[in-house]
Design a protein around this ligand. Sequence first.
Ligand code: ZN
Length: 111
Amino acid sequence: MTARPAGRDESMVDAAYARLGAAIARADENRALVTEAFKITSPQTALTLRCECMHRLCTEVVVLTLEEYEDITADPAQAVVARSHADVDDRGVVKRTSRFSVVEEGLREGG
Ligand SMILES: [Zn+2]
């Protein structure tokens, strides 16, 4: 581990962006998969997608229908994550179901 300069806001911001980048990369994969799936199946079809939490090494999957996914991602600030990963994500939890949770960027801003 390399020592991080104490009290530097930039390094914290950089780390947050890196974490968010990992989440966005997985969200992009999901988006591509859903786009393809829509061509061959109905909105009620359940799909296994990547958890879009901010953990860089997350390998968790979430199962939701194309319709549910479209509903969540209609708001670009929202992401779908595994149920248990909502609590460790930096973003705020807006919805919990029996299969997945939804987090939203910006809810924990301020301070
Ligand atoms: Zn996760």
